[in-house]
Design a protein around this ligand. Structure first.
Ligand code: UDP
Length: 250
């Protein structure tokens, strides 16, 4: 499988179709699997947090979500497919409906996971929903929350979507997946529930195609300024630095 290494994170160059074929195999397998969908902010965070970088590289599939990663790969002379968390979630719901695999929706603010399920049910009426709940504000994703783990595990989901925000959701999956033995595929989906539930408007298609979704989100959510700076200033700086001084990174 082709991997493209950017700032020490090995990203899979897989199309959505190829990802789905793998997910389909994962669902039949005895083992547990973990999918991450990094964008440039993930890689900036991973530069400062080695544990997070190890977790990203430990994942079974690392798919590029974020146009910045595609541009960075190009700049480094490589090619990467882009698959957004929302598109992946949608495609996996379609697959899960066909395969009768139940899904648990964990994360986002109170009531948003339930709203997400209601929206998805309109498009995937036979989708088996194991459960849906907000995980609340997670201070330390390593900490064991027995009640939450118990509530999820008793519904025996095959797939879990975790929307606790980047870094927290990947750490949460990494540290707790083994306590949810029925889960074959766990995916960190960031703000996907917010989009699907209509809490946040997704940028129009044309803006997404132009790679300007970050600008649209900044205008609509000015609180994201620090993250936008990480994505459009710090990340390109680190990429240029990694090209000029390849051995000084990591
Ligand atoms: N979130 C959460 N608990 C937390 C932090 C975040 O449930 O402790 C949720 C938040 O409500 C949102 C989602 O995680 O629905 C994604 O958050 P954000 O937009 O900050 O991250 P990103 O989309 O970049 O992963």
């Amino acid at each position: 499988m082709t991997k493209v290494e950017i700032l020490g994170v090995k990203i899979d160059n897989l199309s959505l179709q190829e990802i789905l074929e793998k997910v389909s195999q994962f669902l039949e397998s005895k083992n547990q699997h973990f999918i991450v969908t990094p964008n440039p902010e993930f890689l900036v965070a991973a530069e400062k947090d080695k544990n997070f970088k190890e977790i990203l590289n430990y994942a079974d599939i690392v798919c590029a979500d974020g146009i910045g990663l595609i541009y960075a790969a190009k700049f480094l002379g490589k090619i990467l497919w882009r698959t957004t968390g929302v598109d992946l979630l949608w495609a996996i719901c379609h697959l899960a409906e066909q395969k009768n695999c139940s899904i648990y929706f964990l994360g986002a603010a109170e009531g948003v996971a339930e709203k997400t399920v209601a929206v998805l049910k309109k498009y995937f009426p036979h989708l088996i929903i194991a459960g849906a709940q907000s995980g609340g504000l997670i201070a330390d994703p390593k900490q064991i929350e027995s009640r939450l783990i118990y509530e999820i595990s008793k519904t025996k989901p095959k797939i879990i979507f975790v929307a606790l925000g980047q870094v927290k959701q990947e750490k949460w999956i990494f540290y707790h997946l083994d306590k949810l033995p029925s889960v074959k595929v766990a995916i960190g989906v960031g703000g996907a529930f917010d989009y699907l539930a209509g809490e946040v408007n997704r940028a129009p298609e044309i803006i997404r195609t132009l790679g300007l979704e970050w600008l649209y989100r900044l205008i609509n959510q000015p609180g994201r300024l620090k993250r936008v700076i990480n994505a459009v200033v710090i990340f390109p700086f680190l990429i240029i630095k990694s090209k000029i001084f390849p051995k000084n990174i990591d």
